[in-house]
Structures are given as structure tokens and as C-alpha cells.
Design a protein around this ligand. Structure first.
Ligand code: ADP
Ligand code: MG
Length: 276
């Protein structure tokens, strides 16, 4: 009986947050590492199903991460990164496109399995222009086709978007998925951008989690090498989001069961929040 009362209590506690977030748009970036294990994948999809049922409008943006790394290794194509961005030559681009397609299908199928009305958006979402030539086929986002998402969202559909763009000539460009998620969040004026990765937020020089990271402190952490590699596009993505109308931007460990629910429905203590 005591247990039942406790459960009822917890549900009541969540009510405050459920009211606060009802109808709000949350963009979730699903990271390469947090989706490499079927059990974890299913757990994230379940969380998304819960959020969607509670009336939040969820958009999923995914990258290819480890999937791309593995495929490159198999084919003997060398991997090259500059500040967390993947240098994308012709052969790498082919692998990127193939991997993103398969990850997208996995997400859509996995979400449908837990009763979410998910729909794939693998093309036509981003108009890009080529970044500096050292990156190869990597694009900066010029325009987001957010209009295409409005109707699906209004109908309770969860769009699942791949981080692939094309330039004005239809030439495909690889985009960092953290950046892609940010631009979607900005275009939709989302309440929240949540980046799921394989680590519980940004760690400081002593390996301690930074729970609130101020935008103005980011350059110093990067210069001193505390924030490196794949974490660089993430912190810039979050900084960009909060500067451009997204209320909150968060980094969360997607490999921890229920991380999404904990972050949204409790008073906190998980991950890193980027604040202005
Ligand atoms: P994803 O596939 O989710 O995009 P990435 O590998 O691109 O993940 O980026 C996350 C990685 O960034 C972490 O696993 C960690 O190795 C690295 N990283 C670099 N600097 C930091 C830092 N200061 N705090 C936490 N992680 C960091
Ligand atoms: Mg990354």
C-alpha cells in the first residue's frame, strides 16, 4: 500500500512538468554512441513514446556516428576529423549517406514498435553551402525546411530527420548532427534542444561534470583543450540555440535509462545545461 501511495505521489509530482510542457516542441538529437545497443535504443524510444503521449511535440534528429566509423574501417577508408567535424571525401560521403539511411529506418521502425507515429525525413530538410574545402562534402546550413514539419507535428507525428543536406545544385552535404538539430530547434522555435550522447554532459579539467555551462566560458574551455573533439560542435550547437530563441539546451547521457524523462520531469541534476 505504501508503495502504491509513493507511485501515485511521483505521478502527481510530474503533473507540474506535464502541464508546463504540454504542446511544446522538444528537439532531441540522438547520438551515434547512445544508439549502438538495442536495449538502450528501445529504452530511448520508450521515453520518446511517453513524452509524445503526454502531449509534447517531439522531433528527432540523428547522426551516424559509430555506424559510419565501423563501415569506413570495414572498407579501409581512413577516418579524418577536424574539431569534431568529419572530413568527407567522395568515398566517405557514400558511406555517410548509406549509414544515415539505415539509422533513420531503425529509429522510425523502433519508434513505431512502441506505438509512436514516426515519419522519416531523410531528404529535403536542409539547404546547405559547402564549408571550407578542407572538409570536403560538408555543408553549412543556409535554410531549414521547417514548414514541412508543422503539419506532421500538429497531428502528433514524430519526424525523424537525418543530418544530410543538399546545396542549390542538389549536391549532397554531410552536416554535423548536433548542428542540424540546433537549426531545426531554432526554426521551430522549440522550447528545448536535448542532445543525447554517451557522456553525462561536459566535464571540466578535473573530470567533474559542469551542470551549468555559460556561453561566454566556452572559448576558454576549448582553448585549454578541456572541451575537445565531438564535444566542440555540441557546446556550440547548444550556445547557438539559446542565443537564437530556444529556451533551453541540454547535453544528456543517452546511455542512462530514463535520462530523457528524468531531465524533463524532475528538478534536475543530470547532464549539462548551456546558459547565456
Ligand atoms: P556523438 O556520437 O554523440 O556525437 P561524439 O563522440 O561526437 O558523440 O562526442 C562526444 C564525446 O566528446 C565524448 O564521448 C568525449 O569523448 C568527448 N569530449 C571531449 N571533450 C569533452 C568534455 N570536456 N566533456 C565531455 N566529453 C568530452
Ligand atoms: Mg558527434
Amino acid at each position: 500500500m505504501k508503495d502504491a501511495a509513493k507511485k501515485a505521489d511521483i505521478l502527481l509530482q510530474a503533473l507540474k512538468y506535464i502541464k508546463q510542457f504540454e504542446g511544446k516542441i522538444i528537439v532531441i538529437k540522438y547520438g551515434g554512441n547512445a544508439m549502438e545497443n538495442e536495449e538502450l535504443q528501445a529504452s530511448v524510444f520508450q521515453d520518446i513514446s511517453m513524452l509524445a503521449r503526454l502531449g509534447l511535440q517531439i522531433v528527432v534528429v540523428h547522426g551516424g556516428g559509430l555506424r559510419i566509423d565501423n563501415e569506413l574501417a570495414e572498407k579501409g577508408i581512413p577516418k579524418e576529423m577536424i574539431d569534431g567535424l568529419r572530413v568527407t571525401d567522395d568515398a566517405t560521403l557514400r558511406v555517410v549517406i548509406k549509414s544515415l539511411k539505415s539509422v533513420n529506418k531503425e529509429c522510425v521502425d523502433g519508434l513505431k514498435k512502441v506505438g509512436v507515429r514516426a515519419q522519416n525525413f531523410t531528404a529535403g530538410m536542409f539547404i546547405t553551402k559547402a564549408k571550407e574545402s578542407q572538409y570536403g562534402h560538408v555543408g553549412d546550413i543556409l535554410k531549414v525546411n521547417s514548414e514541412a514539419l508543422l503539419k506532421p507535428l500538429a497531428y502528433g507525428i514524430v519526424p525523424v530527420i537525418s543530418s544530410l543536406g543538399e546545396d542549390e545544385y542538389g549536391h549532397p552535404h554531410n552536416i554535423n548532427a548536433d548542428t542540424a538539430a540546433t537549426k531545426i530547434a531554432e526554426a521551430l522555435k522549440a522550447e528545448k534542444l536535448t542532445i543525447l550522447t554517451n557522456i553525462d554532459g561536459v566535464l571540466d579539467a578535473n573530470g567533474k561534470r559542469i551542470s551549468h555551462l555559460r556561453v561566454k566560458d566556452i572559448p576558454r574551455y576549448i582553448e585549454t583543450g578541456v572541451i575537445r573533439s565531438g564535444m566542440i560542435p555540441k557546446v556550440w550547437a547548444c550556445a547557438d540555440a539559446v542565443k537564437h530563441g530556444v529556451n533551453k539546451a541540454h547535453l544528456l547521457d543517452g546511455t542512462v535509462p530514463r535520462a530523457l524523462l528524468l531531465e524533463i520531469f524532475t528538478d534536475g541534476g543530470v547532464g549539462t545545461e548551456i546558459v547565456k
